[in-house]
Design a binder for this molecule. Structure first.
Ligand SMILES: C[S@@+](CC[C@H](N)C(=O)[O-])C[C@H]1O[C@@H](n2cnc3c(N)ncnc32)[C@H](O)[C@@H]1O
Length: 382
C-alpha cells in the first residue's frame, strides 16, 4: 500500500468547556491516505459517470426506436440502423459505440457491425416482460432533469410536488411499475390477501388511491370483470392519462377515475382499498390511513405496496437501496414535504414505520403478505 499524509489542517471548534459561542482552534492530524483506494474510487466514479450518461442514452434509444430496430435483426451497421429508424448515421454510430462500451450491444471489429443480444432485447424492448427496463431509466432521467429544483429545495427545506415534475417522471413511473404489476399483482399479491380474490370474483368495490396513470387499477379491472373500481390521485394530469388508458384497455365502463387527495377521498364501503408505491409519497400518510379505515366495509382489506426496504439504514446499503434512496431524495421525500404535515417517510421507510402509520389510524391487524426484490406487500384490516 502506498500512502502519503494529507495536509494538516486547523479547524475552529466550540467546546462545552468554553462559554457559549466561544471557539478555539484545534490542530487536526491528517489521516493517512491510501492512494490505491483513492485511485479505485476515481475509477469507480468513471464507471458511474458512464452509467449516469447511459440513462439518457437508453431513453434516447427507446424513444428513437433504436433498440426495437436492433432486436432480432442480427448484426447491423450504423448506416443500417439509421436507415431503419430514420435517424442520422453519425449520431447512431456514436450511440452504438457507447452502448457497446457499456455491454448493452455486442460489437464485431471484423465487420464493424453491432448486435443486440437476446437477453438485452427482452430487457430493452419487451414491455410484457418483468425485466423490461426503459421505464426505470426514463423515471431516473426525469428525476435527474428536475434535480436543480431539488438542490434549491434542499437549501430551504421546502418540498416539490409530484405534479411539479416533468413528463418523463410521470410516464417513466408508469412504465417502470407496470411490468412488476403485470408479473405479480393478479398472480401473487392479491391471492396472498385473506379472502380478497373470492370477493373480487363475485363482484367487489375497489378503490386504488394514489393510482397515477392507473396501471394497477386497469390491470385489476381486466382480471375481475364482476368488480367495479375507482382510481384516484391528487395529480389531475395523471388522472387524465389514466382515463385514456382505461379507454385503451377496454375497462372504462367499470373504472372511474377522480382527482382527489387520499386523505379527502370521498367513497365508502369498499371491500378493497389499494395503494401502490404512494403511501410514503404522501404528506400525511396517517391522515390518509384514517381515511382508508373510514372508507372500508367492516370486513374490508387495505393492500399497501411499498418499495422493498429493511428497517435500518444498514439493511438498505445495497444496489436496490441505492436506487431507491436516490429516487427518495429526488422524488418521494420532496413530494411528501410539499404537502400538509410533510411526514416524509421516504422510499426506504421499511416495515416497522409502515406498521406505525397503519396502527396509528386504527387498524389492528397488519402483516407482510408478499415481497419481491423491489416491493413489500402488506395487508391491513380493522
Ligand atoms: C410513485 S407514484 C405511484 C403511482 C401509481 N400508484 C403507480 O404505481 O404507478 C406516486 C403517486 O402518488 C400520488 N400522490 C402523492 N401524494 C398524494 C396524495 N396525498 N393523495 C393522492 N395521491 C398522491 C402522486 O400523484 C403519484 O401519482
Amino acid at each position: 500500500m502506498r500512502s502519503r499524509p494529507s495536509r494538516r489542517t486547523i479547524e475552529l471548534v466550540t467546546t462545552n468547556d468554553l462559554e457559549e459561542g466561544k471557539e478555539m482552534a484545534r490542530v487536526v492530524e491528517p489521516a493517512a491516505l491510501d492512494e490505491q483506494k483513492l485511485e479505485q474510487f476515481v475509477f469507480r466514479a468513471v464507471d458511474e459517470v458512464g452509467a449516469a450518461l447511459n440513462a439518457a442514452l437508453v431513453v434516447m434509444g427507446d424513444k428513437l426506436g433504436l433498440y426495437r430496430a436492433l432486436a432480432g435483426a442480427g448484426s447491423l451497421s450504423p448506416a443500417d440502423l439509421a436507415a431503419r429508424t430514420g435517424t442520422a448515421e453519425r449520431y447512431v454510430r456514436e450511440w452504438l459505440n457507447a452502448q457497446a462500451a457499456g455491454g448493452y450491444v455486442d460489437y464485431d471489429p471484423a465487420t464493424g457491425r453491432y448486435t443486440l443480444p437476446p437477453e438485452q432485447a427482452v430487457a430493452l424492448t419487451d414491455e410484457a416482460s418483468p425485466a423490461y427496463l426503459p421505464g426505470f431509466f426514463q423515471i431516473a432521467l426525469g428525476s435527474v432533469l428536475d434535480s436543480p429544483r431539488i438542490t434549491q429545495a434542499a437549501r430551504s427545506g421546502e418540498g416539490l410536488g409530484w405534479h411539479e415534475h416533468g413528463h418523463d417522471v410521470h410516464e417513466g413511473c408508469e412504465r417502470f411499475f407496470r411490468p412488476g404489476y403485470n408479473a405479480n399483482l393478479v398472480s401473487t399479491w392479491l391471492p396472498a390477501l385473506d379472502g380478497v380474490v373470492a370477493k373480487l370474483e363475485r363482484g367487489a368495490r375497489v378503490a386504488d388511491l394514489g393510482c397515477g396513470h392507473g396501471a394497477s387499477t386497469i390491470l385489476m379491472a381486466q382480471a375481475f370483470p364482476q368488480s367495479t373500481f375507482v382510481g384516484s390521485d391528487y395529480h389531475e394530469g395523471s388522472i387524465d392519462t389514466a382515463r385514456t388508458r382505461a379507454e385503451q384497455g377496454g375497462v372504462a365502463d367499470r373504472v372511474r377515475f377522480e382527482t382527489a387527495s387520499a386523505a379527502a377521498h370521498s367513497g365508502r364501503d369498499y371491500d378493497l382499498v389499494t395503494m401502490f408505491d404512494c403511501l410514503h409519497d404522501m404528506g400525511d400518510p396517517v391522515g390518509a390511513a384514517r381515511r382508508v379505515h373510514h372508507a372500508l366495509a367492516p370486513d374490508g382489506t387495505w393492500m399497501i405496496v411499498e418499495p422493498a426496504a429493511g428497517d435500518r439504514v444498514e439493511d438498505n446499503l445495497n444496489p436496490v437501496g441505492r436506487a431507491y434512496y436516490g429516487f427518495s431524495t429526488l422524488l418521494c421525500t420532496p413530494a411528501s414535504l410539499s404537502q400538509e404535515v410533510g411526514l416524509a417517510l421516504g422510499a426506504q421507510a421499511g416495515e416497522a414505520r409502515i406498521r406505525e402509520v397503519v396502527e396509528a389510524a386504527g387498524f389492528t391487524r397488519f402483516r407482510r403478505v408478499a415481497e419481491t426484490p423491489f416491493n413489500l406487500v402488506f395487508e391491513a384490516r380493522s
